[in-house]
Write a protein that binds this ligand. Structure first.
Ligand code: ADP
Length: 671
């Protein structure tokens, strides 16, 4: 076994590999770009080596820099993870030439599977079933149109060098073929520098079922059952599970056998995945082979109890496979959800930003989280915007689906838009629960999976109000404790005020709408006037900052994450953003040294708490103003003297009116 390996990757997969290496007593060297200098994988590894600027082409995709780092740090092997250089045959060869083990298949196997058409020819010879189609060399458009007619519409055009769904076009009728072909070729050429395409019969309701294979250098090859990755958007995986729902033993045996035959046909070594389309009638067809560890490998680990990275390391070190086919069995059911920084409502547009708040569900035997980010990290434009993989396991699929829903409800991300709400909708869909999966699932259930943004519910508003009121109360208590006259009525946050009525109006912006909620102070909490009627709310903030609320007798735990005036209310897997409209809140801090305090909007002076000449401490309340139904206490921006007061209680002031002149001790006051 190796003593030290370099991980030529980043994010969750780098962290996941480091975990296994550490368990096996193998030292690890991470590599990083400038954008990742403070990243989780860097801090987890024993050593880390800078590669270059943020852009992948200048860092993670530079084989020579990675090899240099491996040699300089005394590594015996390099694990490429997935993506980046993991399927780069030249890199595998360069590693071998430098005397470093590439933890992956031989370069020839990578090459053989690198072209979808070449792979199909090899599989055809190995008698692995293929989707009817054309994967030859002739790229003449007229010939291809003819071939498409022979296959029968609908037809799928695929880039030979394809990946990530690029250069792929479904053609439903002959008239549309030429345009689709031109489009696919343009995209293929732009993405892969190779415009060759192949044609396949387009199956209208297939499932994506793939087989995990493993082979060692001694001629043994086995499979670790299947994964169903049918829940896809734009031909990219969203949820993956193992085993495939409804999979029959005889079919598993046949698909597994075909996959092992495929691996053997190319002299495969290491972890690989053979992807199939499974048609409604039980026929299955080879699609492609991925010659690396897949993103979704954890679901296989959860149902087999094996650690596939450990297997990779052992096999790469020359050991035989850790077990035989007959030693393996499917135990329970696992589902993986890919949590991405992306906006499902904007066609899954990747999102970037800082993860200002990040809470994950509790990890256990049922819940596993593979991630490479922590709260405070940034999701940048440079790499895949995956935040984490959430993997759940239970003894059966119904249990796993239930755990998936619960875990998604407990996953809190604020700061970047994510697909968590969308994943929760899929997990809650009755057809998903019934295991009715196929690659058209998301399209077919579009209406229920992409709900329009809803206005804040009474419950969300109640939580927001309670959070605001509790925080104000805590701040006032802290200010009172720090102030000389701690019994002053101005510190009270019970709504007591000079003009009598003990209520407070909180104004929020909710998208395009403004919502006002009146809070009446009650001895046992606050009564809120909400659209559904009055609600008595009370609660407290716990040490973690979570809000433990009682909403009209219903106990609720929520997180209200503050960012300036923005409040994100996260509860039960949904999050809603509101902006507290509190224009006077920061008035005290906005003022410069000395000078005046002005009214930022028209309003009425409710109470004057100081007279000219008063010496005040920073934060001391000076004047209470009511504007837009809300009261605001204007506080001293710093220690100093109130030089002059321009208004008396009851007077109405205009926007920009100078309310008080304020001076620092000894400063000459000009007004
Ligand atoms: P890529 O390598 O670009 O991801 P794949 O060949 O792996 O492309 O196919 C991606 C997805 O496209 C599959 O999982 C499946 O949903 C869909 N697909 C591919 N080939 C066909 C086909 N012949 N008929 C129907 N759907 C297909």
């Amino acid at each position: 076994m190796f003593d030290k390996i370099l991980i030529a990757n980043r994010g969750e997969i780098a962290c996941r590999i480091i975990r296994t290496a550490r368990r096996l007593g193998i030292r690890t060297v991470a590599v990083y770009s400038d954008a990742d200098a403070g990243a989780m994988h860097v801090s987890m590894a024993d050593e880390a080596c800078r590669l270059g600027p943020a852009e992948a082409k200048q860092s993670y995709l530079r084989p020579e820099l990675i090899l240099e780092a491996a040699l300089a740090s005394g590594c015996q092997a390099v694990h490429p993870g997935y993506g980046f250089l993991s399927e780069n045959a030249e890199f595998a060869e360069a590693c071998a030439a430098a005397g470093i083990v590439f933890i992956g298949p031989p370069a020839e196997a990578i090459r053989a599977m690198g072209s979808k058409s070449a792979a199909k020819r090899i599989m055809e010879n190995a008698v692995v079933p293929l989707v009817p189609g054309y994967h030859g060399e002739d790229q003449d458009p007229a010939f291809l149109r003819e071939a498409a007619g022979g296959i029968g519409y609908p037809v799928l055009i695929k880039a030979t060098a394809g990946g990530g769904g690029k250069g792929m076009r479904v053609v439903w009728e002959a008239q549309a073929f030429d345009d689709a072909l031109a489009g696919a070729k343009r995209e293929a050429s732009a993405s892969f520098g190779d415009d060759r395409v192949l044609l396949e019969k387009y199956l209208t309701r297939p499932r994506h079922v793939e087989i995990q294979v493993f082979a060692d250098g001694l001629g043994n090859a086995i499979h670790l059952f299947e994964r169903d990755c049918s829940i896809q958007r734009r031909h990219q995986k969203v949820l993956e599970e193992a085993p495939a729902p409804g999979m029959k033993d005889w079919l598993r045996e046949r698909m597994g056998g075909a996959a092992v035959a495929a691996a053997k046909a190319i002299g495969y070594v290491g972890a690989g995945t053979v992807e199939f389309l499974l048609d409604e009638d039980g026929s299955f067809y080879f699609m492609e082979m991925n010659t690396r560890l897949q993103v979704e490998h954890p679901v296989t680990e959860m149902i087999t109890g094996q650690d596939l990275v450990e297997w990779q390391l052992k096999v790469a070190a020359g050991a035989p496979l850790p077990c035989r086919q007959e030693d393996l069995a499917v135990c329970g059911h696992a589902i993986e959800a890919r949590i991405y920084a992306e906006d499902p409502l904007r066609d899954f547009l990747p999102a970037t930003g800082e993860l200002t708040h990040l809470r994950t569900p509790q990890e256990s035997a049922h819940v596993r989280i593979d991630t490479g980010v922590r709260q405070g990290d940034r999701v940048s434009i440079h790499y895949d915007p995956m935040i984490a993989k959430l993997i759940v396991w239970d003894t059966d699929r119904a249990g796993a689906v239930r755990r998936l829903r619960a875990a998604l409800a407990d996953y809190q991300v604020v700061g970047v838009t994510t697909n968590i709400g969308f994943l929760a909708q899929v997990a809650a869909n009755p057809a998903f629960a019934a295991g009715e999966l196929d690659t058209g699932f998301i399209e077919r259930h579009r209406a229920t999976l992409f709900p329009e943004a809803q206005p804040a519910s009474d419950r969300v508003l109640a939580l927001a109000c309670l959070d605001v009121l509790l925080r104000r109360s805590a701040e006032a208590a802290a200010a009172a404790a720090a102030c000389a006259d701690r019994w002053s009525p101005w510190h009270l946050t019970t709504g007591w005020q000079v003009n009598g009525d003990n209520h407070h109006v909180l104004l929020f912006r909710d998208g395009e709408q403004s919502v006002a909620v009146t809070a009446h102070y009650r001895p046992d909490g606050y009564q809120l006037d909400l659209s559904g009627g009055p609600m008595l709310v009370r609660g407290k903030l716990d040490e973690a900052g979570d809000l433990l609320a009682d909403l009209g007798g219903m106990r609720v735990k929520a997180s209200v994450v503050r960012h300036g005036d923005d409040l994100t209310i996260v509860t039960h897997g949904s999050s809603h953003r509101l902006t507290l409209h509190d224009p006077l809140a920061h008035l005290g801090q906005q003022e410069g040294a000395g000078g005046s305090l002005t009214a930022p909007m028209p309003g009425k002076i409710v109470a004057l708490l100081v007279e000219a000449g008063a010496r005040v401490e920073r934060g001391a309340p000076l004047l209470i103003m009511e504007a837009m139904k809300m009261e605001h206490t204007i506080t001293a921006p710093r220690d100093g003297v109130v030089a002059e007061v321009f208004y008396r209680p009851g007077e109405v002031v205009n926007d920009g009116a100078i309310l008080l002149a304020f001076a620092e001790e000894g400063e000459r006051v000009t007004t």
